[in-house]
Design a protein around this ligand. Structure first.
Ligand code: APR
Ligand code: ZN
Length: 246
């Protein structure tokens, strides 16, 4: 792990596996039954939003509540701890807020966030109480709130397949990879573009890439090391090794 110890800037590319050990709690109540029968790939789409915004809005509000009830895992906490000795720039494909809640200060959400609803027309961010995770509604359909500026429906702040990535998140992620001395790829199958192009480009420039994933992924071939244990174990072990080498 000398390449990490010697690095000034550590860029971390994370996917769903980063949050796997946070055991995203599901509600043990009617709400879980309410939603289990829906296929996310059928709901999390521009087509579903166009045909049934009330269902899509209610589903995302449920997802936000489920994530809100979860906690950062030791892997999230280890990345936050690394900031004491390194500049740690995180580019995540995840729409949860677990990196931030663990204390990481520089996180780019390449696929948006459950906690950043915005106007579907003018793009204005929406902070209404009816969009907060605590605002529990156990309905199958909830009409999305109206934008205070233009009265258009507020939409979930996530990127649906076929949509472009948020410019600001993409630019800050590109910069994170430009300045990287080492790239950690954590918990991603690495098959979704353009996000997956970021670690690929870094590897092509000769930046060392270390993969943290119990399984091989589409990014394994470019990794100089692959740590085949869960991130909630391997990232704290990395931090412990760096702390004891300090
Ligand atoms: N620690 C590390 N990696 C893990 C763990 C863990 N505890 N558990 C699972 N993994 C790995 C799996 O082996 C898999 O390679 O995490 C990866 C998860 O892959 P995906 O489910 O494909 O998630 P992700 O790579 O984030 O998907 C990318 O695709 O679904 C769209 O937009 C969505 O952002 C998502 C994108
Ligand atoms: Zn608006």
């Amino acid at each position: 792990m000398d390449v990490v110890r010697r690095a000034e800037v550590i860029t971390v590319f994370t996917g769903a596996g980063m949050s796997a050990e946070s055991g995203v709690a599901t509600f043990r109540d009617v709400e879980t039954g309410l939603w289990e029968r829906f296929d996310p790939t059928q709901i999390a789409t521009p087509q579903a939003w166009a045909s049934d915004p009330g269902l899509v809005w209610a589903w995302y509000q449920w997802r936000a509540r489920v994530v809100h009830a979860a906690a950062p895992n030791p892997g999230h906490n280890a990345l936050a701890h690394l900031e004491r000795t390194h500049s740690v720039l995180i580019a995540t494909q995840n729409v949860d807020d677990l990196h931030e809640r663990a204390g990481s200060s520089t996180v780019s959400h390449l696929h948006g966030s459950l906690f950043a609803p915005r106007c579907s027309n003018c793009g204005r961010p929406y902070h209404g109480v009816d969009a907060q995770p605590e605002h529990a509604v156990h309905e199958l359909r909830v009409e999305p709130p109206a934008c205070p500026t233009c009265l258009s429906p507020i939409r979930p702040g996530v990127v649906w397949f076929g949509e472009g990535l948020p410019d600001d998140a993409w630019r800050s992620a590109e910069s994170a990879f430009t300045f990287a001395d080492v790239v950690l790829v954590v918990g991603t199958s690495g098959g979704v573009y353009p996000a997956a192009a970021l670690p690929e480009r870094a590897a092509a420039r000769g930046i060392p890439v270390i993969e943290f994933n119990p399984e091989p992924s589409a990014l394994s071939a470019m990794a100089s090391h692959s740590i085949r244990t869960p991130a909630g174990i391997s990232l704290p072990a990395l931090v412990d090794a760096l702390d004891s080498a300090a």
